[in-house]
Design a protein around this ligand. Structure first.
Ligand code: GLC
Length: 745
């Protein structure tokens, strides 16, 4: 299928129902909420705070209630998750319509990177730095899921993470707060559309609030301990960006933060979120995280867990049943006021009115629409477009890539050449009754691209794990017959994701040994690395002539990889996480402090290890292109900036190579002296620009006091007078233009 112009694609897909929610209508919703509240018993109110998983699939330790349907008919359940499809959701909604007040259910699902059409894992998408592409991905996902009865997704995950051992890095947007905040905003807009209640939109959920990505040792669910300053400056801004995008819900995180589990952390949920940020949506716990506070040890039983969570500001209980089992008694015991419960119920009912579920509970349960949306061919085009923009070119010696479409014989080798489902990564949605195995494998993508003109040979070579070398001989034999070898290696897709932290983040098994054997044939080898996290692959990095990092690219993986390998798309992505040279370096991130003894070079092991320098294999913001770009003519409209002024910065970028391409121009700042130490460099803006061969563009950035600000020792958000280096470049290390300016009183 020919690809179509991406802007046309956006128009086709992001058609929004023009229903302006006027202020009057919002007022009407509030009045309607109050009128329903006035009719509710305490038991019915508590029912709204109770969320169960359907028994179809479990994304946590499932409890099977034989009487789930009768509880719903009695109005004792406010929401279901993991219930998919127009028919199944309609069935459960009908049960809710038998309740006394006919309050509709919310249907939630982890639509993280696609529904039937699977998009690249979010970490891969973040490497596109393409906010339109990222919004499109969420838009298509919302269009498909909302056609299948779902009206709430537990996404975007906006946890900043600096530790590639943590399996859930695959779900986020990497290590940088500025980029992560921009992406959080784009994803919320993509999922929620322009107005609440649009038929092709979902309520989004900013998760996991908060600090979950900073788990000690990169171990999932582990403790988090950090200063309030670091929490406010590094980890909370993407959540604030989601709130600014009017994200409908938040999810509290499993971890304890500074000694208190987030689910029972009043400072997080009431002081910061509902207080300072004046957040008016609702907070759902993570799976049984209310009950898990007993295990944490800050409460002794379910009664205390419910008290702690409700007091802290957690509105809905996912799967633990502690609200259902204890809140009424807590009210009778005067431990919890009805007003607290009323606040939680109002927040939830308000969303149900906004979605239009009281007007039409079956609004999202339309089988004809489901069929249409789940088979819309433009969705595959969108998936392919986003996927190719997520592929990072790490190495390309002697311009081995792009390959010629006239290559006579190609050997496609490796354990990830033929598998389909692997390309979906973790947190894909297995839609019951729907062919969610729709994936173009890497083999199929190559055949689609050059199968008619090239001879393509195959050998698996080895498994992803284990040390069985039996397949090496065949792989070497196949390689010897080819003009070029493509080797696809990496992790298994379930080696990253929830509860998938790894203590050693190297390419598993003997896959790099297979590469060594293939290189010994003297044939040129292109290496494709598939993973849900940054991996360590020093042998490959040093010896392979060409490397592309494809993450997990989803339904159109094979086609997108072939587009890049054969030059139908010039790779433009750049890394949003630092790639370490050893697991032992982790956590390793670009915007670190200078310390009093920074290493001067590789051999200076002072602020390093005696056995390893602290420099990464690939830095934040790194990624190559088939073409080359020249940076020139840096201009600042002033060198002294007052706190109420804007600094205008311009630079000219020229495509000096042989391919049309896109460059992600990055702007970094270094605050030379602060009242507290400041990072050696910080991303403060970026622009992704397309340039034809020989074309130049002058781009401009604006710097204001907000971009110079940080939380000082008193936790005040301040911009302090002093000098700043401004750096513009192709990565956090590849600085092409530099100047200095001063912020004056
Ligand atoms: C899981 C995850 C959370 C997900 C929820 C529902 O444990 O932590 O991200 O949304 O449960 O599946």
């Amino acid at each position: 299928m020919k690809s179509i112009n991406r802007h046309v694609l956006y128009i086709i897909i992001s058609i929004t129902i023009s229903s302006q929610t006027t202020q009057a209508q919002k007022k009407t919703n509030e009045q309607r909420v109050d009128s329903v509240m006035s009719l509710m018993t305490l038991e019915e109110k508590v029912g709204q705070l109770n969320q169960y998983s359907d028994d179809l699939i479990a994304t946590g330790p499932i409890t099977i209630d034989a009487d789930k349907a009768s509880q719903i008919k009695k109005g004792q359940v406010g929401s279901l998750l993991n219930c998919m499809g127009s028919e199944r959701t309609r069935t459960w909604q009908k049960a809710a319509m038998q309740s006394r007040l006919k309050i509709p259910l919310l249907f939630a699902q982890d639509v993280i990177h696609g529904y039937k059409t699977t998009f690249p894992i979010p970490l891969a998408e973040s490497c596109s730095w393409d906010l339109k592409a990222i919004e499109l991905s969420a838009r298509v996902s919302a269009t498909e899921a909302s056609a299948s009865g779902i009206n709430w997704t537990f996404a975007p995950m906006v946890d900043i993470c600096r530790d590639a051992r943590w399996g859930r890095v695959m779900e986020g947007a990497g290590e940088d707060t500025y980029l992560g905040s921009k992406i959080a905003y784009a994803r919320v807009k993509g999922f929620q559309g322009d107005k609440p209640g649009e038929i092709n939109s979902l309520m989004a959920c900013a998760k996991h609030f908060a600090g979950y990505g900073a788990a000690l040792g990169g171990r999932d669910y582990n403790s988090v301990d950090m200063s309030e300053r670091q929490l406010l400056e590094i980890y909370l801004p993407p959540f604030k960006a989601a709130a600014n995008a009017h994200v409908a819900t938040f999810m509290s995180s499993f971890n304890d933060l500074n000694g208190l589990p987030s689910t029972g952390n009043r400072h997080l949920l009431r002081d910061i979120l509902k207080g300072n940020w004046k957040y008016d949506g609702f907070v759902v716990s993570d799976w049984s995280s209310i009950g898990e506070m007993i295990t944490h040890g800050n409460v002794k039983d379910g009664y205390e867990a419910a008290l702690c969570a409700m007091t802290a500001g957690c509105d809905m209980d996912m799967e633990s049943r502690n609200y259902k089992n204890n809140l009424i008694q807590l009210v009778k015991d005067k431990k919890v006021s009805v007003s607290l419960i009323d606040d939680a119920v109002k927040r939830i009912l308000h969303k149900k009115f906004e979605l239009g579920l009281f007007d039409d509970p079956y609004k999202f349960c339309n089988t004809e629409r489901e069929q249409k949306e789940l088979n819309d061919p433009t969705h595959a085009l969108a998936a392919r477009d986003v996927a190719k923009r997520s592929i990072v070119l790490l190495k390309n010696d002697n311009h081995l890539l792009p390959l010629s479409k006239n290559t006579k014989t190609i050997a496609f080798i490796g354990p990830l050449v033929k598998p389909k489902m692997q390309n979906k990564g973790f947190w894909d949605v297995e839609v019951p009754g729907i062919d969610s195995a729709y994936v173009v494998s890497q083999w199929e993508g190559l055949v689609n691209k050059v199968g008619k003109t090239s001879t393509i040979l195959y050998a698996k070579g080895c498994n992803i794990e284990g040390n069985n070398r039996d397949g090496f001989a065949e792989a070497v034999n196949v390689a010897k017959q080819a003009d070029v070898v493509i080797l696809s290696i990496g992790e298994r897709r379930d080696m990253s994701g929830e509860a998938k932290s790894r203590s050693i983040i190297e390419i598993p098994g003997i896959q790099e040994e297979l590469l060594k054997e293939l290189l010994a044939t003297g044939k040129p080898v292109v290496v494709i690395i598939n993973a849900g996290r940054p991996l360590v692959f020093n042998y490959t990095a040093k010896n392979a002539p060409a490397i592309i990092y494809t993450w997990w690219l989803g339904s159109e993986a094979g086609n997108a990889i072939a587009d890049v390998m054969f030059g139908d798309y010039n790779p433009s992505a750049k890394l949003t996480m630092t790639f370490p040279a050893s697991t032992g370096q982790v956590p390793l991130f670009y915007n670190h402090f200078n310390t009093g003894r920074p290493p001067k070079n590789d051999s200076d092991l002072r602020n390093s290890y005696i056995d390893l320098p602290i420099y990464p294999r690939y830095e934040f913001g790194y990624g190559l292109s088939y073409t080359s770009f020249q940076y020139s003519q840096l201009h600042l409209n002033k060198k002294k900036l007052k706190s109420n002024e804007q600094l205008e910065v311009s630079a000219t970028i020229t495509n000096t190579g042989n391919y049309d391409g896109e460059e992600i121009v990055q702007l970094y700042l270094h605050d030379l002296v602060g009242s507290i130490v400041r990072p050696v460099t910080e991303l403060k803006d970026f622009k992704k620009i397309a340039l034809k061969v020989g074309e130049s563009k002058t781009i401009t950035f604006s710097i204001d006091a907000e971009k110079l600000s940080f939380f000082n020792q008193e936790l005040k958000w301040v911009a302090e007078p002093g000098e700043f280096d401004i750096m513009i470049g192709a990565s956090s290390k590849d600085i092409q233009l530099k100047d200095r300016f001063e912020l004056v009183e």
